[in-house]
Design a protein around this ligand. Structure first.
Ligand code: PRP
Ligand code: MN
Ligand code: MG
Length: 181
């Protein structure tokens, strides 16, 4: 029986490191949103794991909504073309929105989303991303809560996929080149 973790060359962030970091970020978020009703917006599908774990770390009142966008398809490079597959259910008017992402790579997805959300009348919009690749940035995205800055490698796990696979890995790791070559 093959084990999907055999397709990784390196583990970059372990399950335990993710858990500790989300707890740390959650304490900051609880302080910053004290007395406010926050709407967490998870960006499907990559953010599912971060959303589930971050939300359970938070001890403040919150709602969750989901936006499905995709810019990668089956490739390893961002196309820059963002498609909405599912829009929000919630009306953002007057809401304190915290966008939850697994990774900021080129930044194109989030900058597009931030622009899209800006016109919807939110009281505030911030971003929480577990991972960020500074060397891959094509556009600057203001992100208040960042878990880890990582090198510009193709990473999978903890929600991040290659061709829809590897999302169920508990750690984040570098995908072996032979898998996508
Ligand atoms: C991935 C990832 C981020 C985005 C980051 O999503 O989950 O949403 O790419 O890349 P960028 O900063 O270069 O835009 P993807 O489009 O692969 O969809 P998925 O979440 O369904 O995997
Ligand atoms: Mn995504
Ligand atoms: Mg993807």
């Amino acid at each position: 029986q093959s084990d999907i973790s055999d397709d990784l060359t390196t583990i970059l962030v372990t399950e335990q490191e993710i858990r500790d970091k989300l707890a740390e970020l959650a304490r900051q978020i609880e302080t910053d949103y004290a007395g406010k009703d926050v709407l967490l917006v998870g960006v499907l599908k990559g953010a599912v794991m971060v959303m589930a774990d971050l939300a359970r770390e938070l001890r403040i009142p919150l709602s969750m909504d989901w936006m499905a966008v995709s810019s990668y398809g089956a490739g390893t490079k961002s196309s820059g073309v963002v498609q909405i597959r599912k829009d929000l259910d919630a009306d953002l008017t007057g809401r304190h929105v915290l966008i939850v992402e697994d990774i900021i790579d080129s930044g194109l997805t989030l900058s597009w989303l931030l622009e899209n959300f800006a016109s919807r009348g939110a009281a505030s919009i911030e971003v929480c991303a577990l991972l960020r690749k500074p060397e891959a940035a094509k556009v600057h995205v203001e992100c208040k809560y960042v878990g880890f800055d990582i090198p510009n490698d193709f990473v999978v796990g903890y929600g991040l996929d290659f061709d829809e696979k590897y999302r169920n890995l508990r750690d984040v790791g570098v995908l072996a080149p032979h898998v996508y070559a």
